[in-house]
Design a protein around this ligand. Structure first.
Ligand code: FAD
Length: 435
């Protein structure tokens, strides 16, 4: 997880670029790389540091399994790219095709996984298969409790979040993109209906196109353009564990806990389902948008008692160019919930005795940018020429990162995309005007 206290970049801000990208997460960095490869002049602006928020804090799972059917083509394309990034472009992400396994403790768990498997596994990949109890046990050394079975995707994998995001940014720079950290975009500028640049804390930059890849902050910048994005923040806590003994090589999600190996032999560990939310004014505003999702996810959400004035929930208005909250909160760094992590650890110990001696080396948390249908917006809306939006990955955008960068580049240059962007349109959320 990034933690450096960087000084402001002394280099002057370029006055123009073909494309300005707002946000240096995996989506902004991968977009910068693929756009620079097309020969465009690219400027990426990041208010804090590259990979400082979700993209440097996530579990590092790269999966097709369990995806919303709208995301499957993008997830397949991403899985095609991940193993090739190092060899073809020198982008060292730490990707390992370690497999991902969803462990089903009870027949009920198995039935729930079966619903996705029967409908979508065929499209997601022919390697994805259902495992009997016996085959599950054979694949999981150290498993000490009986289970009903599992769903297993042997070609899914893991990568190192911070390393991968920085590697994309480095490769983009090598290809000619310019990157400025500690440079917050305060608003996008629009002249005669077209987005033609950005206003930053260090001055204005003109551009033919602007890519908005600002994670959970995207709503604020869109609102300053008079466009509504029903986006909320959810907190997920993660521990880094040192574990000795028999623990599977594959990444494993068991509902009550989830883990994957890191490149250095430690483990990224979390609760498999539970996240927290701090109630804010945006929850009241967007209540009706999120109601259907809440019905499914309510049991997995815990309220966190904290100030309702969360930076990502900042209220703003069209035309506002005040630096708040971007320059006051360079990197979102919520406290992790040790209670949730310890609860998850108890369950993991019951399944894998090796976890009984696990040491928690550190813990952190990240704010996930959720949309009502948990599918991102990746769109060049007709109503706003010059703008491409890529946001709202709802807790699973890291794995999609490389393919999203490629798709964003195609949307900017108006080339034929490899993946159909239609399911990711902003208009599906009924947005585009104030509510
Ligand atoms: C704990 C956790 C676990 C997760 N696990 C997984 C997983 O295993 N697999 C998976 O696929 N996904 C996972 N995700 C989700 C994944 O991390 C995100 O979907 C993905 O990283 C989103 O990337 P992004 O570039 O869109 O956003 P971010 O990484 O959030 O980047 C947005 C960037 O924009 C910058 N920014 C915002 N406003 C401005 C501004 N005004 N000016 C300049 N810069 C600005 C921010 O500082 C930030 O760096 C997880 C997320 C979390 C938090």
């Amino acid at each position: 997880m990034p933690s450096s206290q960087k000084q402001p970049d002394p280099r002057p801000l370029p006055q123009r670029a073909d494309v300005v990208i707002v946000g240096g997460g995996i989506v902004g960095a991968a977009s910068a790389f693929f756009l620079a490869r097309r020969g465009l002049s690219v400027l990426l602006l990041e208010k804090g540091e590259i990979g400082g928020e979700q993209s440097g804090r996530n579990w590092g799972w790269v999966r097709r399994m369990g995806r919303d059917p709208r995301e499957i083509p993008l997830a397949r394309r991403a899985l095609h790219l991940w193993p090739r990034l190092k060899e073809e472009y020198g982008i060292d992400t730490g990707f390992v095709p370690c497999g991902i396994l969803y462990l089903c403790r009870t027949p009920r768990d198995l039935r729930a996984r079966l619903r996705w498997f029967e409908r979508h596994a065929g499209e997601a990949g022919s390697d994805i298969r259902l495992l009997t109890e016996k085959k599950t046990a054979a694949l999981l050394p150290g498993l000490s409790r009986p289970v009903a079975g599992a769903v297993y995707a042997p070609r899914d994998g893991r990568a190192e979040p911070e390393r991968a995001t920085r590697a994309f940014a480095k490769a983009a720079e090598k290809t000619g993109a310019r990157i400025r950290e500690k440079c917050a975009v305060l608003a996008l500028s629009r002249t005669t209906g077209r987005i033609d640049g950005v206003i930053t804390e260090h001055g204005e930059v003109r551009a033919e196109s602007v890519v908005l890849a600002a994670g959970v902050w995207s709503r604020i910048l869109l609102e300053r353009l008079n466009t509504t994005l029903p986006q909320l923040g959810v907190i997920n806590s993660v521990a880094t564990l040192s574990v000795a003994g028999d623990v599977p090589q594959t990444s494993l999600g068991a509902g009550a806990y989830a883990f994957r190996r890191r490149h250095d032999g430690t483990f990224i560990f979390a609760h498999g389902r539970i996240s927290e939310t701090v109630f804010t004014v945006q929850h009241i505003r967007f209540f009706r948008h999120f109601l259907p999702a809440l019905k499914d996810e309510f049991a997995n959400l815990r309220p966190r008692l904290a100030s309702p004035f969360q930076p990502w929930a900042h209220s703003t208005y069209p035309g506002d160019i005040s630096p708040e909250p971007f320059t006051h909160f360079r990197v979102l760094n919520p406290a992790p919930s040790l209670r949730i992590l310890n609860k998850a650890l108890k369950e993991a110990k019951a399944d894998f005795p090796a976890f009984a001696n696990a040491r928690m080396l550190k813990a952190h948390a990240g704010v996930i940018d959720v949309l009502p249908d948990a599918v991102p917006v990746i769109d060049a809306p007709d109503a706003t020429p010059g703008l491409v939006i890529a946001t709202g990955f709802s807790g699973h955008g890291f794995g999609l990162g490389p393919a999203t960068g490629e798709l964003v580049a195609a949307l900017v240059t108006n080339d034929e995309p490899r993946v159909d962007p239609t399911p990711f349109r902003l208009a599906r959320l009924g947005s585009g005007g104030r509510i």
